[in-house]
Write a protein that binds this ligand. Structure first.
Ligand SMILES: *[C@@H]1O[C@H](CO)[C@@H](O)[C@H](O)[C@H]1NC(C)=O
Ligand SMILES: *[C@@H]1O[C@H](CO)[C@@H](O)[C@H](O)[C@H]1NC(C)=O
Ligand SMILES: *[C@@H]1O[C@H](CO)[C@@H](O)[C@H](O)[C@H]1NC(C)=O
Ligand SMILES: *[C@@H]1O[C@H](CO)[C@@H](O)[C@H](O)[C@H]1NC(C)=O
Length: 604
């Protein structure tokens, strides 16, 4: 900024988000994109939601395409007991020949030759513990996992405790167990647990230990994915935004500023995790190192650094990495089990995995049964029959898996991230994900299909289904009173005055940690008009005093300020819609004011 104009920056607390008209309320998230799903507040859905979702059209062109693919692979898959799927230099042995050369109709139950009896392999039953989860080699058979020496497959499902109200944790975990899963997996969001440097929050809905212990109580093992970067479609992939204060800090590298912050966080976090491990009597059977680093891959020393960081702090259970199928070569660490993420079988699904790891059991760490939604994009559901078929394939091929998401939940507050390939798009409030349970925790077609399948492979009966949660309909109400933003300002924290505009991460507030989420109002006095050029991230409303002049967003960077006769207040309300969660772009997610002003008349 030129001249002597002083700039007031008013930082708005999160609650103001409620006031901002129809920009990002959960309701508009659900309705705006024409989806029939709700957030936590969309009550009265209950079983109705199920009915509305109904069976997907069986012969959509999309499905037909899948079926053709499926038919293409079936000769490989269904050729009997002998080596069945030949992927590059490695065979996977199947358990059971398929009886038909047509894709299996999803109604035909599948019975493996040997049914599983894992009734003694739960955290409740298994008291004598000396060896945890182990990856064993197979001779003349597939490699396999053992737990305390017993052969075992991981039937995992993801539930993020921070996306589910704590009051519902037990219900969701019971439903996971009743479906036939034996393991719950969760990310751990650094930005929520350490909102200010050195100030940790593991209370209430962030009580990680309570969630893990509850899982054990319900009879589930836990695979923990502590990051530090987790992606998870969270703001900045779960990294605290204060790490963006210094532009020389390189996130997800061994840059000293970054790893020092990681070390401090891990000192605190891992100390909490260590006593919850299998060998200490807890349910944690495996811990993941970082997340999909192969897709980022900027520093070859980074993953070994984190590997060591976990070991040094007392993590003794099985360690694993998780990568997209074509990024395993970049993402794996020597001596750590590599796992992959996928949504359907392809010819090259195991190509890279087998290059880095021969003779180890296969774990699909993320089997995507749905996908997240972004603003402005249509919601595309996944067919429940496809999910059932793929999971059947996993079981037949001795492949362990983790369903992502079993229950997605909600991006509460401003925790959502954004994506940026060609355009920036914010992730919506709902994290329904078209998961196995709906956002409201209700059963779906996928749930019943998977439960039936799982029941058919166990000798012991599954637990009874928990009752659907109670739903109520709130009466409609009319808002009769409101408070304009301008009247609220006097009640907010004192404005920060600065000669140059500061991005929200660098506001000298919250003990020097800046502002992580929400909105910032910038004000400057101007005494003439002209063109205002601002690359606002992610969007901004421009006002002259209280009169709206326009909106700045991705492609609109100019707003014309009319000729004025007396000095007026230029106000720019900048909204952080969620930092991108992926790719090198995370380095550049400061929100915003790169204020490249070219108001043709200089500022006074
Ligand atoms: C399953 O295994 C447990 C413990 O090993 C055993 O007591 C039980 O009888 C088995 N159940 C069946 C149905 O085989
Ligand atoms: C990494 O961290 C150091 C020390 O904190 C810092 O001085 C340096 O500029 C950072 N960035 C790069 C790119 O090395
Ligand atoms: C955020 O993460 C997901 C993967 O979980 C990815 O598909 C999405 O594109 C990411 N956002 C980007 C690239 O900005
Ligand atoms: C705009 O705001 C300035 C500063 O508060 C005030 O002096 C001026 O009277 C206002 N002008 C109008 C047209 O409201």
């Amino acid at each position: 900024m030129q001249g002597s104009a002083s700039l007031t920056v008013q930082s708005l607390p999160l609650c103001l988000g409620l006031w901002i008209p129809a920009q990002r309320t959960p309701e508009s998230a659900a309705l705006g994109s024409g989806q029939q799903r709700g957030d936590g507040s969309s009550v009265g859905r209950g079983l109705l939601g199920l009915a509305v979702m109904g069976p997907p059209p069986r012969f959509s062109p999309h499905l037909a395409w899948r079926r053709i693919l499926c038919i293409f692979f079936l000769p490989f898959i269904s050729s009997g007991f002998a080596p069945r799927i030949k992927y590059t230099d490695k065979f996977i042995f199947g358990k059971e020949p398929l009886t038909s050369s047509k894709p299996r109709a999803s109604t035909v139950p599948f019975f493996p030759a040997v049914r599983f009896n894992w009734s003694h392999l739960t955290p409740l039953e298994l008291k004598d513990r000396s060896v945890g989860l182990q990856a064993e080699e197979g001779v003349g058979r597939n490699p396999y996992f053992t737990l305390e020496g017993h052969e075992f497959l991981i039937f995992g499902g993801s539930i993020h405790y921070f996306r589910v109200p704590r009051e519902y944790w037990r219900d969701r975990l019971l439903k996971l167990r009743a479906c036939g899963f034996n393991t719950v997996t969760t990310y751990v969001p650094w930005n929520l647990h350490e909102p200010e440097s050195g100030k940790f929050d593991f209370s209430g809905n962030l009580d990680l230990e309570a969630f893990v212990l509850l899982a054990a109580e319900v009879g589930l093992w836990v695979i923990l994915r502590p990051g530090p970067y987790v992606c998870s479609e969270l703001d900045l992939g779960g990294l605290p935004s204060r790490l963006l204060q210094d532009p020389t800090t390189q996130l997800r590298t061994t840059n000293r500023t970054f790893v020092e912050a990681v070390d401090k966080y891990f000192d605190h976090l891992i100390a909490r995790v260590v006593p919850l491990q299998y060998r200490k009597g807890g349910p944690i059977i495996a811990v993941q190192v970082e997340n999909e680093y192969g897709s980022f891959n900027k520093d070859k020393n980074y993953m070994p650094y984190l590997h060591k960081a976990l070991l040094e702090r007392g993590v003794v259970e099985l360690l694993l990495t998780s990568d997209n199928t074509n990024k395993v070569l970049n993402g794996h660490i020597k001596g750590v089990l590599a796992t992959i993420n996928m949504n359907s079988f392809r010819a090259d699904t195991f190509e890279q995995l087998f290059k880095v790891q021969k003779n180890k059991p296969i774990l699909i760490m993320e089997y995507w049964v749905g996908w997240f939604d972004t603003w402005g994009k249509r919601h595309t559901p996944t067919d429940a029959g496809d999910v059932e078929n793929t999971v059947t394939e996993f079981i037949q091929l001795d492949i362990s898996f983790n369903v992502y998401m079993f229950h997605g939940g909600t991006n509460f507050g401003f925790m959502n991230g954004g994506i940026h390939f060609t355009h920036y798009r914010a992730v919506i409030t709902s994290y329904d994900y078209d998961a196995v349970l709906t956002e409201a925790g209700d059963y779906t077609d996928k749930y019943f299909k998977l439960r039936k399948l799982f029941q058919s492979v166990f000798v012991t009966p599954l637990p009874l289904l928990p009752k659907p949660t109670h739903k109520a309909v709130y009466p409609s109400m009319r808002l009769s009173l409101y408070l304009p933003l301008w009247d609220v300002l006097q009640y907010l924290n004192r404005p920060v005055v600065s000669r140059t505009p500061l991005n929200m991460e660098n506001l000298p507030i919250h003990g020097g940690n800046g502002q992580a989420f929400g909105l910032v109002l910038y004000e400057a006095t101007i005494c003439s008009g002209g063109r205002l050029h601002v690359e606002a991230r992610d969007a901004a409303q421009v006002f002259l005093n209280e009169t709206s002049l326009g909106i700045l967003a991705d492609e609109t960077q100019n707003v014309d300020v009319p000729t004025i006769t007396e000095c007026q207040l230029l106000r720019i309300l900048v909204e952080n819609q969620g930092r991108v969660n992926f790719s090198w772009k995370i380095q550049d997610q400061r929100k915003v004011f790169p204020w490249r002003t070219s108001l043709s008349t200089p500022w006074k």
